[in-house]
Design a protein around this ligand. Structure first.
Ligand SMILES: C[S@@+](CC[C@H](N)C(=O)[O-])C[C@H]1O[C@@H](n2cnc3c(N)ncnc32)[C@H](O)[C@@H]1O
Length: 403
């Protein structure tokens, strides 16, 4: 096999096979081995295992290798349910028992707290998802620009590539009703390949009113007796099985601050604001997507709530419109993966809320923001991760901050 043009041949040759013992896992779940002190990363491996791997890249002070086979398996190794596990970039943990997945995510949060935020702080055990396969309510299979022969692979990004797709006929982490319709959705795209000048992303959203494939269709979800309507293409949490516990925790933490009022920043179609409305005198939500925020106002109405107000704006603008003192108000923030903006945090700190419940699907940006919270005089309370995404490296973390 010819090495790629820029391959650095030190210390290993291209595709050189090594037998290595896995000593630890990185934050993102890849195995770490050492060969005469030189670090080699091998994905899909577990601590203690002896594995065969194949080097594909040497960096300045470490190498990356593909996993080839297990020579001595860990007792925690389980059989992946997906035939594409290892090829598809969607899942990283199917080979790991569920208990170990949870422990590894708890350790990941503690490590990030230690290394990024420089805080030694207890992390609660990760709340498990009641369903560990067949839980995802939304999938978005993608395909590249059709060539003369029509559409190629329809599926997800191939592991450790930036652009290659792996063809996915069945996704075991998706809800069964999505898999039931996946063949038809794929066939429809292929039959209409002439319509696609470019690649495209297909939408499949399972809601209580069926499987929706058009972004402007209205999805309906019930979360703990509260009805939510939203556009199928807008954001909504992807694991309905864990949602009641997850939402309850955020609200209980917000209530425990003793604040009378709630601001829900990055509120989407109002999941936290509306679920919490009966626990607070006044609730204000802010969200940048106009379609989502319209639905939030509508959702307050259909649930018979009259104490909620929603604004379509960049989150940082909410504070000038809050008629209450910061000392009477708690803020829930649930920003996208990039985290909050410095402008938002400045406004938040100037407002001086009684407490903040910070929900994030990206613990790295959450830790970055946490440093600014502690510098602004906030004290870290409960750190509670939730496993919204079993079989994957992703996790959701709820941090409570008080002044
Ligand atoms: C992780 S989602 C959370 C939504 C909601 N809390 C929920 O759980 O359904 C993040 C939301 O932030 C919104 N968003 C992104 N940037 C924003 C900004 N600068 N200001 C306000 N909202 C923003 C997105 O449209 C999205 O709805």
């Amino acid at each position: 096999m010819q090495p790629p043009r820029k391959f650095n041949p030190h210390p290993f040759a291209y595709h050189q096979e090594l037998d290595v013992r896995i000593e630890s896992l990185t934050n993102e779940g890849a195995g770490v081995a050492r060969v005469d002190g030189w670090v080699v990363f091998v994905p899909f491996t577990l601590v203690g295992e002896l594995v065969k791997c194949r080097v594909f890249r040497n960096h300045k002070n470490y190498s990356e290798a593909d996993f080839v086979s297990v020579i001595e398996p860990s007792p925690q190794r389980v059989a992946p349910q997906c035939a594409l596990f290892g090829q598809c970039g969607g899942c990283q943990y199917q080979h790991l028992s569920y208990e170990e997945q949870l422990l590894s995510k708890q350790r990941q949060v503690a490590d990030l707290l230690r290394h990024m935020a420089k805080i030694e702080h207890p992390v609660c055990p990760v709340i498990p998802s009641p369903v560990q396969y067949g839980y995802r309510s939304k999938i978005t299979p993608h395909f590249h620009r059709p060539k003369e022969g029509g559409i190629g692979a329809i599926g997800f990004l191939r592991a450790r590539t930036r652009n290659a797709m792996v063809d996915v006929e069945h996704c075991p982490i998706a809800m069964p009703q999505l898999n039931d319709q996946l063949a038809a959705v794929r066939a429809r795209a292929r039959a209409n390949s002439a319509e696609f000048k470019n690649g495209a992303t297909l939408l499949m959203r399972a809601a209580s009113n069926g499987v929706l494939t058009r972004p402007d269709e209205i999805a309906v979800e019930d979360v703990d007796g509260v009805r939510f309507e939203f556009q199928a293409g807008d954001f909504f949490q992807n694991n309905p099985f864990i949602l009641p516990k997850f939402v309850r925790h955020a609200i209980d933490e917000a209530k425990a601050t003793g604040a009378k009022h709630l601001v829900d920043a990055y509120c989407g179609s109002g999941l936290f604001a509306i679920s919490a409305a009966r626990d607070f005198e006044q609730v204000i939500g802010v969200e940048i997507s106009e379609t989502a925020v319209k639905k939030a106002a509508h959702n307050a109405e259909i649930n018979g709530l009259t104490n909620c107000r929603f604004m379509a704006a960049d989150a940082q603008h909410v504070f000038k419109d809050v008629p209450h003192a910061g000392a009477d108000t708690v803020v829930i923030i649930d920003p996208p993966r990039a985290g909050s903006s410095p402008e938002f945090l400045q406004q938040l700190f100037a407002f001086g809320p009684k407490g903040v419940v910070y929900i994030s699907c990206n613990p790295a940006t959450q830790m970055r923001d946490l440093v600014l919270f502690t510098e602004a005089g906030f004290k870290l309370g409960t750190v509670q991760p939730f496993d919204l995404f079993p079989q994957t490296k992703h996790l959701e973390c709820v941090m409570t901050l008080s002044r």
